[in-house]
Ligand binder design. Sequence first.
Ligand SMILES: [Zn+2]
Length: 106
Amino acid sequence: MNYAEAIEHIKARLLECVLEKDITDDKEEQERLVNEFDYLSLSYDALDKFEPKEAIPYEVDVEKVKIGNGFWGVGTTIYKCPNCGDYVSKIYKYCKECGQALKYEK
Ligand SMILES: [Zn+2]
């Protein structure tokens, strides 16, 4: 099972939790399903960040942008994290703000 398959499995189980909670009258079972939903949601968020997402090219249009210890000036191309929107440069495999795995256009 790879990350994408695990994510699909978790998404399917999240939906089942919602549907099962709606059709049961057992309060303990409803509570168990709510807890399971919460655990799975956390797992989903964490796993989703391991699957690299395409960083969004951004041409700097302000005087300068600071990323780590570097500065990028007007007209240079940097990137934005597709998850949180923070600035990143190509040297980063992960967003330093939110931890999203990143890939870059060739
Ligand atoms: Zn981010």
